[in-house]
Design a protein around this ligand. Structure first.
Ligand SMILES: Nc1nc2c(ncn2[C@@H]2O[C@H](COP(=O)(O)OP(=O)(O)OP(=O)(O)O)[C@@H](O)[C@H]2O)c(=O)[nH]1
Length: 401
């Protein structure tokens, strides 16, 4: 029986279960500040320089609303249980000056993202202090705790929430001791009414901001998806994505689940393309490739899947098409290349093409490709600038699949 190495055994017996380790990391205040390799929020400082400007702006808007409205919530508690004037001054400063100071501070630091997370922990600490100054007045204290928790969990997940929670508890304890607070949990009607706008407005603002962010994220991931499927030069599908579509079409056809007509694979290769590069340079070669892609897009149907297979080789899946139409379309492409091969377009290039229908006797998608390659090769062999349609006799003559 295979035995684990000593190192593996030792590591296995020492590492606690993942859930337990995660819990311990969340509860241990030191672990909350320890770097975790590979996490976006714990990346090395060099990788984060200048990052997080949009994050700062988003939190700034939320802070202006939250603290601006939250001022009345705490102020009502101060009126219910009167406090010394410096606390009023501090409350005003926190409500109406701190959002601007925090933004300025974060934007002017090397890593705005990290600075803003630090500001959020400061918010939590100040919130904890207000709870002490309010003598634990229940409604404003509960509003402060829930709004701060929402903020921190939305901005930085459980870890930031826990950092904020520790900061709140520490600042509340310090404030309680400094102000010699007494526990007075009752909230009068004015205090409750003053807290209502905060309870209604802030979750709306946070929800809207989170929704906008997730919308942007969805747009970005769609853009990324398109880029990952596209050939950078021609804007056609790249080989990897196109091949995945070929496999899908092949499997659908093999199971008899595709359209009522046939499917064809067309492989096109520009003739003597190397001489374009040699004579006119690589940039002109690139232009010819782009012009040919445009010609393909204009000549083919919207449903046809066009890809750049590599170099000067292009591939098309003609889906759900009658054989006569597939032949006519392919023939027309070869003729179109021939008739537009002037100095402004294909620079004398013609095209050789191979056309292959789907056939149930092919055991995998690559046989379809091999047949198309074989037909295209026959077109090259027999003088280029033409279309060859694959059939079994062609294969028998040349020993192809
Ligand atoms: N400009 C440019 N050239 C490319 C690109 N990819 C491949 N090539 C060039 O395409 C040329 C292909 O040459 P060959 O395979 O000999 O094909 P050919 O000259 O068309 O000859 P036949 O196919 O036999 O007609 C090579 O010189 C490659 O360097 C590209 O993205 N841009």
């Amino acid at each position: 029986m295979p035995s684990r190495s000593n190192n593996e055994q030792r590591a296995g017996s020492r590492s606690p279960p993942t859930l337990l380790r995660r819990l311990r990391e969340l509860v241990d205040p030191v672990a909350l500040y320890r770097q975790r390799p590979g996490r976006a929020d714990d990346m090395p400082p060099e990788a984060l320089i200048g990052k997080g400007v949009r994050f700062v702006q988003r939190i700034y808007r939320l802070r202006v609303i939250g603290l601006g409205v939250g001022f009345f919530c705490v102020a009502a508690g101060f009126m219910q249980n009167p406090v010394i004037w410096p606390l009023w001054l501090a409350l005003f400063g926190h409500g109406y000056l701190w959002p601007h100071v925090a933004r300025h501070w974060a934007l002017n630091s090397a890593i705005p993202y990290r600075a803003e997370r630090r500001n959020l922990v400061i918010d939590a600490a100040i919130g904890g202090f207000w709870i002490a100054a309010l003598n634990g007045n229940l409604i404003p204290s509960a509003v402060i705790i829930s709004m701060l928790s929402m903020d921190n969990i939305a901005a930085g997940g459980l870890r930031l929430f826990m950092r904020g929670l520790y900061a709140s508890i520490a600042a509340c304890a310090l404030g309680w001791w400094l102000l010699d607070a007494h526990f007075l949990p009752q909230s009068d009607l004015t205090t409750v009414l003053a807290c209502l706008p905060m309870m209604a407005l802030y979750p709306l603002a946070l929800g809207k901001s989170t929704y906008e962010m997730s919308k942007k994220l969805a747009e970005r991931s769609r853009e990324f998806e398109i880029v990952s499927q596209t050939d950078g030069l021609t804007r056609l599908f790249n080989r990897r994505y196109w091949e995945s579509q070929l496999i899908a079409e092949f499997e659908q056809r093999s199971q008899g689940g595709a359209g009522s007509h046939q499917a064809f694979l067309l492989l096109l290769d520009l003739d003597h393309f190397k001489s374009i590069n040699d004579t006119h340079g690589h940039l002109t070669g690139d232009e010819v490739l782009r012009n040919f892609s445009r010609l393909l897009r204009a000549a083919l149907r919207a449903d046809d899947l066009i890809g750049r297979y590599g170099g000067e080789e292009f591939v098309v899946i003609l889906r759900d098409i009658a054989p006569a139409e597939a032949l006519q379309l392919s023939q027309r492409l070869v003729e179109a290349a021939r008739s537009t091969n002037d100095e402004n377009n294909l620079y004398g290039c013609t095209v050789s093409a191979g056309l292959v229908p789907f056939s149930a006797d092919m055991e995998a998608h690559f046989v379809w490709l091999q047949r198309a390659d074989h037909a295209m090769y026959c077109a090259k062999e027999s003088g280029r600038d033409r279309l060859v349609v694959w059939d079994a006799s062609l294969a028998r003559r040349n020993g192809a699949p």
